[in-house]
Design a protein around this ligand. Structure first.
Ligand code: SF4
Ligand code: F3S
Length: 106
C-alpha cells in the first residue's frame, strides 16, 4: 500500500484524490488517509502531491513508519473523498513544517 505521511497534516492539498483509480482516500479535518485494503499500488498519487507527502509502505521516511498503521486506522473512521477541494487556508504556512503529528485532528 501507499501511505500519506506527516507533510500532509494542516495542508491537505487533495490533488492526490483525483487520480486514484480505486477511490481509497479518506478525508479527516486536516489530513487524508489511504485505506491499505483498497490501494492497488498504482503509485499515481505520488507525483500529484505538491509537497511529496505520499510514499510506498516499504519506502517510508525514517521516523514515519508509524504512518502506515495510522492511515489504516483513520481510513476506517473517515469518509471517502474522490474530488479535489481547496487546500486548508493556512497550507502555505505549514507546507515546510516538520513533525506535525501533534496537530492531527481526528
Ligand atoms: Fe490510489 Fe494508486 Fe495512490 Fe494507492 S497508489 S492510493 S491506488 S492512487
Ligand atoms: Fe495531502 Fe498531498 Fe494529498 S498534501 S491531501 S497527500 S495532495
Amino acid at each position: 500500500t501507499y501511505v500519506v505521511t506527516d507533510a500532509c497534516i494542516k495542508c491537505k492539498y487533495t490533488d492526490c484524490v483525483d487520480v486514484c483509480p480505486v477511490d481509497c482516500f479518506h478525508e479527516g479535518p486536516n489530513f487524508l488517509a489511504i485505506d491499505p485494503e483498497e490501494c492497488i499500488d498504482c503509485s499515481l498519487c505520488v507525483a500529484e502531491c505538491p509537497i511529496s507527502a505520499i510514499y510506498a509502505e516499504d519506502d517510508l521516511p525514517k521516523g514515519q513508519e508509524n504512518f502506515l498503521a495510522l492511515n489504516a486506522e483513520l481510513a476506517k473512521n473517515w469518509p471517502v473523498i474522490t474530488e479535489k477541494i481547496d487546500p486548508l487556508p493556512d497550507h502555505a504556512d505549514w507546507a515546510e513544517v516538520k513533525d506535525k503529528l501533534q496537530y492531527l485532528e481526528r
